[in-house]
Ligand binder design. Structure first.
Ligand SMILES: Cc1cc2nc3c(=O)[nH]c(=O)nc-3n(C[C@H](O)[C@H](O)[C@H](O)COP(=O)(O)OP(=O)(O)OC[C@H]3O[C@@H](n4cnc5c(N)ncnc54)[C@H](O)[C@@H]3O)c2cc1C
Length: 392
């Protein structure tokens, strides 16, 4: 029988990768006592895929939010070698270029051998042991005294009901599905993008640049906000009131009110306005009601004028489902068996240390009733790191 690990992190995206770095290089946990499970081959792979799909060039978050430990690490990386060559920041808040941010993340992973902590597998079930947990995976089981769930939202795409029957057709695809290719979309003559937020706007600009005719179908006019929630949610100004609020329903209400859903920052809105002015893109305020795939392309019916548009392809930029992430791993059977407390919205009720049950921790969206509206962002990973340090 092998000795249980000290820490097992399920999910090796931005959150899981940062937390493994915190545990080993701040808390001093021995590297052979920590493992990160993920079916993806490389750390942070899901983030590269989804950001690549949109054509995004700069992060929406400030330069102090990244996977390394010191808040100024990205600035320092910009001063020499590859970092200096690739360094790009945009005003305000020093938001980093995506390519530069990626080079820095890969540098951190290499420098601190974070890739060696990974096990390429998917967690399928969690059971409680006398001390700690057993995590079953498609490659066998692993035991650990402490488990961190860092699952992200990437596996719960929001696909509107009218698009579900066309699930297998490449002409109607979600922008974050594993098979979506921006290059293939750009090769089409005409594309309808359903959704009115930052991903829709970025993709629209990327496709018009490739000469594709773009129609954005959105429920609302462009909503302009620099961040997906106001910066006061990164500090005590908003978070102290949130933390004092005991009622989880009220916390959920505060989170929903703080999030600028379906919004885009001013510079993306201005890129989009340019494309609309030059008629390379159209913006239609309507809701699709059905779609038919024909030999000629896709006929998309709308609930109001122009009622019908015909395009080569439809891309859904409709974000993620908002229910609790985790799929069957955290289905009702598992929640009951492990005795995990949940709020009415289905999300975990956790302690300030992000502990859902003794030795079982959460980060990302699973931690949002404790960390607030920025929990799922890079800022949330850093906040979770601070909380876990108190435990490790
Ligand atoms: C297009 C786009 C742009 C964004 N830009 C920004 C930005 O600029 N700034 C910002 O702060 N945030 C941004 N975000 C939010 C962003 O998603 C998060 O900051 C970050 O990716 C979340 O990291 P994560 O580790 O929680 O999730 P993910 O990156 O989705 O990683 C979760 C990992 O968990 C793994 N996993 C899931 N289930 C299992 C399982 N059962 N077993 C093992 N592994 C599992 C997955 O394979 C995945 O690798 C953006 C999001 C999108 C979609």
């Amino acid at each position: 029988m092998t000795t249980p690990l000290d820490w097992l992190i399920v999910g090796g995206g931005v959150h899981g990768t940062h937390l493994s770095h915190v545990l080993v290089n701040r808390a001093g946990v021995a590297p052979d006592r920590v493992r990160v499970l993920d079916p993806q081959e490389h750390p942070v792979e899901t983030f590269w895929r989804v950001t690549g799909a949109t054509g995004m060039r700069y992060l929406r978050s400030p330069g102090v939010h990244h996977v390394d430990l010191h808040p100024h690490a990205l600035r320092r990386f910009a001063k020499k070698g590859d970092g200096k060559r690739l360094a790009r920041f945009v005003y305000p808040y020093d938001r980093p270029g995506l390519e530069f941010f990626r080079a820095h993340t890969e540098h951190v992973v290499r420098e601190h051998r974070l890739g060696s902590l990974r096990e390429r597998c998917r967690a399928t079930a969690i059971t409680r042991l006398g001390e700690g947990y057993r995590v079953e995976t498609n490659q066998g089981a692993l035991d650990a005294r402490r488990v961190v769930l860092a699952l992200g939202l990437g596996e719960q795409l929001c696909v509107p009901s009218w698009a579900r029957p066309l699930g297998g057709d490449a002409r109607v695809q979600h922008i974050f599905s594993a098979t979506f290719s921006r290059e293939a979309a750009a090769a089409a003559r005409s594309v309808a993008i359903v959704g009115g937020g930052i991903s829709a706007a970025q993709l629209a600009c990327a496709l018009t640049a490739a000469g594709t005719e773009v129609t954005v179908v959105a429920r609302h006019a462009p909503r302009i906000h620099r961040f997906d929630s106001d910066p006061e949610w990164l500090g005590p100004k908003a978070m102290s009131g949130f933390s004092r609020t005991r009622d989880p329903r009220e916390r959920r209400r505060l989170i929903a009110a703080a999030r600028h859903r379906g919004s885009m920052p001013p510079e993306i809105a201005s890129d989009l306005r340019r494309e609309l002015r030059c008629a390379r893109a159209k913006w239609i305020e309507a809701e699709p009601v059905s779609a038919d795939v024909t030999a000629a392309g896709v006929r998309l019916r709308l609930d109001r004028a122009p009622h019908l548009i015909e395009v080569d392809r439809v891309v859904l930029a409709t974000g993620f489902e908002v229910h609790r992430p985790g799929g069957a791993l955290l289905g009702e059977e598992a929640i009951d068996r492990l005795g995990l407390p949940c709020a009415d919205c289905g999300y975990p009720l956790v302690s300030p240390r992000l502990e859902w049950a003794s030795g079982l921790f959460v980060t990302g969206p699973l931690a949002e009733l404790e960390l607030g509206p920025t929990a799922r962002n890079i800022a949330g990973a850093r906040a979770a790191g601070e909380r876990l340090l108190a435990v490790a």
